[in-house]
Design a protein around this ligand. Structure first.
Ligand code: ZN
Length: 118
């Protein structure tokens, strides 16, 4: 698997434990989505999280599966297009947070699919 934009290291747990169990297939899909957005970066603000870190930051167990990430979508990027790209490429869940700049995307099995605004 070769990635054009993302590096696996960008998905390492943010607590300093050094663990990174992000699913490479998930990252490959994010890389393809990134490719549809020309020169606009997608910045990983949270990728894999160890269960301890996820609990500490108030997560709901999605990030420890390795199939979830929080991304900063560049200013000027059309969010609707971004969501369309996610769904087209097999990422069924996008969560947008009111008043926060990042979006959460995941493909965790048995979670509701769609766009959610929290
Ligand atoms: Zn950790």
């Amino acid at each position: 698997m070769s990635l054009t934009f993302f590096k696996m290291d960008e998905f390492t747990c943010g607590c300093g434990c050094g663990r990174n169990e992000i699913d490479p297939g998930f990252v490959a899909i994010l890389d393809k989505i990134r490719m549809t957005y020309y020169d606009r970066p997608l910045i990983v603000t949270s990728g894999y999280r160890c269960p301890e870190w996820d609990e500490k930051v108030g997560g709901k167990g999605n990030h420890p599966t390795g199939s979830a990430a929080d991304l900063l979508v560049s200013k000027g990027m059309n969010m609707y297009d971004f969501m369309q790209a996610c769904f087209a490429m097999g990422i069924p869940r996008v969560v947008v947070y009111r008043g926060k700049p990042h979006v959460h995307v995941d493909m965790v099995a048995d979670k509701p699919k769609g766009v959610f605004v929290l």
